[in-house]
Design a protein around this ligand. Structure first.
Ligand SMILES: [Zn+2]
Length: 264
């Protein structure tokens, strides 16, 4: 997970403000959840921002940093728009953060693995879907006027730099928590890794395979800087490279070479 910084002002597509105003006005006019839900489901206009969201991350999933080579990205609502689950159980008495359905700052570009519910090979359900647990359920916002700052989300947010710093990478390609076991920070990282399946679907193996090629190059050139190897490493470290956080960490294990240290 790499920190996503949206510039201020966000330079949204020119068509968006008009669509946004129309949708939000309409959602606010409905008296019942069923009417709102029906409207929002039929007017998923956030797809118009997909390209804009992709540009912000170098065309990578905001959560796991995978490129979407064979399937289109989803636009995830960080706070679910039409109902919430906590550890797979529907939260009673809450219809979701419907008033955030069209707020760009609630959107996270997500690969289908991270976003959609699917059981892995061991039968464990992965994918964010409508999951949104918070630390203290009594602080849950259920009305548009409520301040969201009272909520401490359990899921790590790629738009919060300190959240991204709670994840580390093993040389074997696995993502792991940084904080000590038993802390809220550990729990958040563990939950995010497991729920979004960062270490499932053969992802660590894939990262490891690519790293082995780089590791061989590093071993061959040793302490002597080589412009071709430097150019290659720079590609892996660049913001838009798939799993660049992992490669930064893996390349960092060769910091004893002065020329590698200078790259990081
Ligand atoms: Zn993903």
């Amino acid at each position: 997970m790499r920190f996503i910084l949206i510039p201020s002002p966000p330079h949204l597509p020119v068509r968006w403000p008009k669509i946004y105003t129309g949708r939000v006005t309409k959602v606010g006019s409905f008296a019942t959840h069923d009417l709102r839900s029906d409207y929002i489901k039929k007017n998923g206009s956030w797809g118009l921002l997909k390209k804009w969201l992709a540009n912000a991350s170098g065309h990578k999933c905001w959560y796991c940093e995978a490129k979407s080579t064979r399937a289109p990205f989803d636009v995830d609502h960080f706070r679910p728009k039409l109902g919430i689950t906590v550890d797979g159980v529907k939260l009673a008495g809450h219809n979701g953060y419907y008033w955030l359905a069209y707020e760009w700052w609630n959107f996270r570009l997500s690969c289908q693995r991270c976003n959609r519910p699917e059981k892995d090979h061991g039968g464990t359900l992965r994918g964010k879907s409508n999951e949104f647990p918070i630390q203290d359920e009594t602080q849950r916002c259920s009305l548009p006027a409520a301040s969201l700052t009272t909520e401490s989300p359990r899921l790590l947010d790629p738009c919060v730099q300190t959240d991204c710093e709670l994840l580390a990478h093993s040389i074997d390609g696995e993502v792991k928590p940084v904080a000590p076991t038993g802390t809220w920070e550990y729990l958040r990282a563990r939950y995010t890794i497991d729920r979004l399946g960062f270490n499932e679907w053969n992802t660590p193996e894939e990262k490891r395979g690519r790293w082995q090629t780089l590791a061989t190059l590093l071993t061959v050139v040793g302490h002597t800087a080589n412009p071709y190897v430097i150019a290659e490493l720079k590609k892996y470290l660049s913001h838009d490279h798939e799993y660049s956080s992992f490669f930064r960490s893996a390349i960092g294990t060769h910091r004893d070479k002065a020329w590698v240290e200078a790259l990081l």
